[in-house]
Write a protein that binds this ligand. Structure first.
Ligand code: HSE
Length: 431
């Protein structure tokens, strides 16, 4: 039987999961494909680390460059992560005529242009299903299933760690730090969890999705990115009282004057389909001009779901045949003109505002006057607690307002003598 020789870079959590599945389902894949997927070499910096899988020592090396240059290897699977060595290894693999499968969203978001261009020039497959949404085949959906559509918007929960944390805070009242520790224990978090909690991991994934969906280059630094570290249990509880759930959303929308692209904690109405996506689950809601809304839901992190996506890419490469030149028109589309991203100051949104104010007369009147002066209209108010002369939370929801006006109003409000801490601002997304 024909064999496809794989060089695996990195035997961490995901690499271990991949090795396990390829080993366990080898006969099944061979039967379905008529080709055998063989891991021929594994590069790993810490070969003696305790792990679930035990590949033969003869496959292991510490020298990843020797693997990407090995003439007997057809496909490199890059799972070491990071943007420094991985970038060099992938480029060297492509220069040496290898096809590449990677889960490295940071690399593709920040250096996608040079890597896509090199893959295109060298006529090699560059596949990265595992880089967004773990086990959810969302890239394949854009590449194939939704091909008849112009994609108009993406609303996505694409970070399992933050969704797990927010879910634990919402449903169990768990504190932020304990929920993060649990997410790390389950293997959802990045090596550096600040990438998760600051929204950067989700922004990396959004950069990839947006360029594929809208067809053009997306500059990662143009994506506005806010994490969940400022979200308190108090905000979650007040949002609930208004009928909303707080989620970290990645949003990309085409508008008449450019693209909106942002990662932000968001109040979603409880009736919104993404509001019920809980735990480490991810969901990607795409709006096509022909299909309308299409929702993809599944496990967006963890070794086995991610390895599932990697195997799907390996299978695609096996089907196309490793020998022939790869002419990837989908990737070429993503190398189109840079798509301009609207500045966050110019977006229009509804807002949740939380103030800590001294409970005394004319406070609400003072705050609403400033909002009114900036053209911002209030839709709802809660001030439940009463504690004359002490600081209490005051929550307002607004109608649509321009971010620039809202920020100017908040700057003024935060200077008022009866406002006791910096005000909280969270955007609301209805549709
Ligand atoms: N840290 C990521 C997450 C892993 O929590 O979703 C998958 O990319």
């Amino acid at each position: 039987m024909k064999k496809i020789h794989i060089g695996l870079l990195g035997l961490g959590q995901i690499g271990g999961g991949l090795y396990e599945i390829l080993h366990a389902k080898k006969a099944l894949f061979a039967r379905q494909l008529g080709v055998s997927l063989e891991i021929r070499r594994i590069a790993e910096k810490f070969p003696n680390r305790k792990r679930k899988v035990r590949p033969p020592k003869s496959l292991m090396t510490k020298d990843a460059f020797s693997v990407v240059r090995d003439p007997s290897i057809d496909v490199i699977v890059e799972l070491i992560g990071g943007t420094r060595v991985a970038r060099e290894l992938i480029k060297e693999a492509l220069r040496n005529g290898k096809h590449v499968v990677t889960a490295n969203k940071a690399l593709l978001a920040e250096y996608g242009d040079e890597i896509f261009e090199l893959a295109h020039r060298k006529r090699r497959w560059l596949c990265f299903e595992a880089s967004v949404g773990g086990g959810i085949p969302c890239i394949k959906a854009l590449r194939e299933g939704l091909i008849a559509n112009r994609i108009d918007s993406i609303h996505a929960i694409i970070n399992g760690t933050t969704n797990y944390i927010l879910t634990q805070m919402t449903t169990r009242g768990t504190g932020f730090a304990a929920a993060l520790a649990e997410a790390q224990h389950h293997g959802y978090a990045e090596a550096d969890p600040t990438l998760d909690i600051q929204g950067i991991d989700a922004a990396h994934k959004l950069a990839i999705l947006a360029r594929l969906a809208f067809g053009g280059k997306v500059r990662f630094k143009d994506i506005h990115c806010e994490g969940i570290t400022q979200i308190s249990s108090e905000d979650i509880a007040f949002a609930k009282e208004f009928g909303y759930t707080i989620k970290l959303l990645a949003i990309a929308k085409k508008t008449k004057d450019g693209m909106e692209a942002r990662v932000q904690p968001t109040l979603l109405p409880n009736s919104h389909i993404l509001a019920s996506v809980n735990g480490s689950f991810n969901a990607i809601l795409m709006r096509g001009d022909e299909t309308g809304d299409v929702l993809f839901y599944g496990r967006g992190a963890g070794p086995h779901p991610t390895a599932s996506a990697i195997i799907a890419d390996l299978v695609d490469i096996a089907k196309a045949g490793v020998a022939g030149p790869a002419e990837d028109r989908f990737l070429m589309r993503a190398l189109g003109k840079t798509i301009p991203v609207k500045s966050i100051a110019s977006i229009l949104s509804r807002y949740y505002l939380r103030f800590h104010v001294i409970d005394q007369p004319r406070v609400l009147a003072g705050i609403s006057k400033i909002l009114g002066n900036h053209g911002i209209s209030i839709s709802d108010v809660i001030q439940r607690e009463r504690s004359a002369g002490r600081a209490v939370p005051l929550i307002l929801l607004t109608h649509d307002a321009h971010e620039k006006d809202l920020r100017a109003a908040i700057r003024e409000i935060d200077r008022l003598p009866y406002v006791r801490s910096r005000s909280q601002v969270i955007r609301i997304e209805e549709a």
